[in-house]
Design a protein. Structure first.
Lengths: 278, 569
């Protein structure tokens, strides 16, 4: 069976040793910074920071390459759509218009627009490594524990964790069912017309839903029989105490957050405008 | 004075959605430290009874209760499922479907987490429970990567990690291969001896449970308790076969031969059974009277596996150089422990995966290039769980699915579906919704849905899993009848009875190698093969050896033929 994508990769590293809660808080703060600001200097700083963190984690690039390319494809798509629907967004934001060349009709490439696209791309690039890293360096049960720690109800946290844990099982069910139905003549390959294929998918989905429901019933019985939901709180076997690394990481990220906010606000807006002085 | 732990007093229960009560006026007391087996055919109420003990009834499955049930002197209705879980540790059927934690340690700790234990306490308790069931060297592993027997150990540890009074096992043998099942019974016995916990086992596979000692057997039928006896007192009676439970085979053999089975001869276990000289003479006489050699003369090869090797990835090969052939009209079984590659073999045959080397020859032609759909015209595959195949609401539509997908005109579809439904005994139900059918009938629908495509060979994955003796006989006789009509049948199974009784030949896989290709009676009397493939020696053979019969293998074969004829008459 294939290794599941974005599954937990066991390793010994500084990043792995941080508790799930620390990683989650850091991820949220870093995402906030990159979401809020369009300041190119801050974004470049964040990008460098996340590349460093990625190196520290000892995760190989090839482990996440597929997902990364997938996201980059969407980034490209995103950029193209922005340009198509709003070719002068940059002009509007930065208040100047430096035309470079005309493509066709109303579409003229401006320096301001290019700069705006650069910022958007930087935003993605700065936050993607962090998010991927969080997924592959956090043990799913610690993930549940960390959600619980930042205030999410443990029932919901556990629902998330157990969903993650059942993905491989459902995948296996899906494979078996789709094989069995294909053997009965339900064609899922490209040879069949799209409308027919969509109809054929129900032949797989119905049994998949029913066998999943069965699964859910068994697992919820098993959980109740072991006192899940008895108390308002629960403890976590995998929960770890905050170590020195966690405090350092938190302080560092909070510091970054403050610095980034100050720089961003000092522009008098979310945008850093290099065109004003020209 | 022994302390009662579980007390049913005139207890009845009716599920909310059901018209009749599932349990009728149950009176039953189980004492501290006792080990009790509750046995009965499907639908007799034994699972409901176990759900009453652990609190799933009425807290999870709702319904009407009358009478009283006390656990350690406390009325269960006034407790909660959580309070009960502090007294009763339950091990459900299929270990795979009840793992919650991602590692063994976490799974064992699950109950402790919910009870808000601090981590240091949890670690201590987990270590202790893991040690009792001997899984302490696997704490950091993923439960799914363990073997079947180890998985069972984990679920057991998870159930008894807190200091509970009662251990409850709901069909602990259902998904295990024979040798692992044997080991599971030994484990239960060992844990019970070490901790002296009251142990309740729900099962219908009597002979396998009796591998270890039990104090009492409670026989249930149609919601009532029909017997409550010590094994040695129960086995001489004919009550078991009357309620549709399979007696241990050696007991049946003794009864056929006309031997009197008495409590004094200690029949609860084949090793402790005393076979007197008069009984011995009767066995010899019976054997010589009915023995006859049957020779099969099939010769046309239908299907051939030639040097098949396969692995899901390049690093790990699952099948190594597998060779065997299937003659037209054969009914064969493929056996072997979990993960030996049995199911993989069927997937290769259907074309779901391609072998890395070797050839599959069907009717003299290499089918390597054939697509899944093309192969399906010749090879029909029925999956273990009918829920994994059924995608329509009505029986007719489900059976017609394959034909319609192939563009067969609707008049012809109706004709062929009706024909197949008659063969499968489902014709009277043709207008019913599938949801109204029993599990066994659903299984038949899935078989019909494949048969309608007129394959030349039928592969069934565990055709009788989870079925009681009556349904087992029904399904297997149905398949046998198909086989008599000329259908070639291949079954993948854990069930030693099935392989002995219904197959002409057995192919044994172990670690991806074929280690035997012989008739069932020979396989199940060969110690080397039994050991390698996690099978279990049949008690008939032991009986024959014990009675000093000259040809124990012949005796096994002869019993099987005789028993089937008697049963289906």
């Amino acid at each position: 069976m294939k290794q599941t994508m974005l599954g937990y990769l066991k390793q010994e590293s500084l990043i792995h040793n941080l508790t799930g809660a620390t990683k989650l808080i850091c991820l949220i703060l870093c995402s906030l910074i990159t979401m809020l600001t369009y300041d190119t200097r801050v974004l470049i700083g964040m990008l460098i920071f996340s590349v460093i963190v990625f190196r520290l984690s000892k995760i190989r690039f090839s482990d996440i390459a597929f997902v990364l390319y997938f996201i980059l494809f969407f980034l490209l798509l995103n950029n193209i759509t922005i340009f198509i629907f709003s070719p002068y967004e940059g002009v509007k934001i930065y208040g100047t218009r430096t035309e470079l060349f005309q493509i066709a009709g109303p579409y003229t490439v401006t320096l301001e627009q290019l700069f705006y696209h650069l910022n958007i791309t930087l935003k993605y690039l700065a936050v993607i490594p962090m998010a991927l890293l969080f997924m592959v360096t956090t043990n799913p049960s610690e993930f549940a524990a960390s959600l619980n720690k930042i205030g999410v109800s443990y029932r919901i946290a556990y629902a998330v964790a157990i969903a993650l844990r059942y993905i491989p099982d459902v995948q296996r069910d899906y494979h078996d069912i789709s094989f069995a139905q294909q053997a009965r003549g339900i064609d899922m390959s490209k040879k069949e017309k799209l409308s027919k294929r969509i109809k054929n998918i129900t032949a797989i989905l119905m049994p998949l839903i029913f066998s999943s429901l069965q699964r859910i019933e068994t697992i919820s019985c098993a959980m109740e029989l072991r006192a899940f939901g008895n108390h308002k709180k629960r403890t976590w076997y995998r929960e770890r105490d905050f170590g020195i690394g966690d405090y350092i990481a938190l302080v560092l990220v909070i510091f970054l957050f403050v610095v980034a906010s100050v720089i961003t606000l000092s522009n008098g807006g979310r945008f850093f405008n290099p065109f004003k002085s020209i | 004075m022994r302390q009662p732990v579980i007390e049913f007093d005139n207890f009845s229960f009716q599920y909310r959605a059901q018209a009749h009560p599932t349990l009728n006026h149950i009176n039953l007391t189980i004492y501290e430290g006792e080990k009790v087996l509750i046995i009965g055919p499907s639908g007799c109420g034994k699972s409901t009874l176990s759900n009453c003990i652990n609190g799933l009834v009425p807290f999870y499955y709702e319904g009407e209760i009358s009478g009283s049930l006390k656990i350690k002197g406390k009325e269960t209705r006034e407790m909660s499922i959580f309070e009960l879980s502090g007294q009763v540790g339950t091990v459900l059927q299929d270990p795979d479907s009840q793992f919650i934690g991602l590692t063994v340690a976490e799974d064992i700790a699950f109950k402790l987490e919910n009870e808000c234990n601090v981590r240091e306490v949890m670690e201590k308790k987990v270590a202790r429970a893991a040690k009792i069931v001997d899984i302490d060297y696997h704490l950091e592993e993923e439960p799914h990567n363990l073997s079947g027997g180890q998985k069972q150990r984990v679920t057991l540890a998870g159930g008894m990690v807190e200091d509970i009074a009662i251990l409850l096992f709901d069909e602990p043998l259902a998904s295990l291969d024979p040798a692992t099942g044997k080991a599971a019974m030994e484990l239960i016995e060992e844990v019970q001896m070490r901790t002296n916990k009251t142990t309740v086992i729900i099962e219908h596979r009597l002979e396998d449970v009796l591998h270890c000692h039990v104090d009492r057997i409670i026989v249930m039928n149609e919601g009532n308790i029909v017997a409550d006896k010590k094994p040695n007192e129960l086995l001489p009676l004919n009550l078991l076969s009357e309620t549709g439970i399979r007696e241990p085979l050696y007991i049946t053999a003794l009864k056929y031969a006309g031997c009197e089975v008495k409590a004094e001869s200690n029949p609860q276990h084949i090793d402790t059974l005393k076979v007197g000289s008069s009984c011995r003479d009767k066995l010899v006489k019976w054997y010589t009277r009915i023995s006859e050699e049957r020779v099969s003369n099939k010769n046309q090869t239908l299907l051939e596996f030639q040097n098949i090797s396969f692995g899901y990835n390049a690093q790990k090969e699952i099948l190594h150089d597998v060779n065997f052939e299937v003659k037209k009209g054969d009914m064969i079984s493929i056996v072997g422990k979990n993960g030996a590659g049995k199911s993989t073999l069927s997937k290769l045959l259907c074309g779901f995966y391609k072998p890395t080397s070797g050839r599959i020859i069907f009717n003299g032609r290499d089918i390597e290039e054939d697509t899944i759909k093309e192969r399906a015209e010749k090879i029909g595959m029925v999956m273990q769980n009918p829920n994994q195949m059924i995608s329509k609401a009505m029986i007719f539509d489900e059976v017609a699915l394959g034909l319609r997908a192939r563009g067969v005109p609707e008049e012809q579809v109706a004709l062929r579906v009706h024909e197949v439904l008659k063969v499968c005994g489902l014709y009277p139900f043709r207008k019913w919704p599938i949801s109204a059918l029993s599990f066994g009938q659903k299984k038949r629908v899935t078989i019909a849905a494949i048969l309608v495509l007129k394959p030349e060979v039928l592969i069934l994955d565990e055709p009788t899993a989870g079925q009681d003796f009556k349904h087992y006989t029904e399904i297997m006789e149905f398949l046998k009848a198909l086989n008599k009509e000329g259908m070639t049948i291949i079954m993948i199974t854990h069930d030693m009875h099935l392989m002995l009784e219904y197959t002409d030949r057995t192919i044994v896989l172990s670690e991806g190698y074929t280690i035997a290709d012989d008739i069932g009676a020979n396989v199940l009397t060969d110690r080397a093969i039994i050991g390698k493939a996690n099978l279990k020696e049949t008690s008939l053979y032991k009986l024959a050896v014990k009675a000093g019969l000259e040809n124990p293998r012949g005796f096994v074969k002869c019993f099987i033929d005789y028993d089937r004829r008697t049963r289906t008459r």
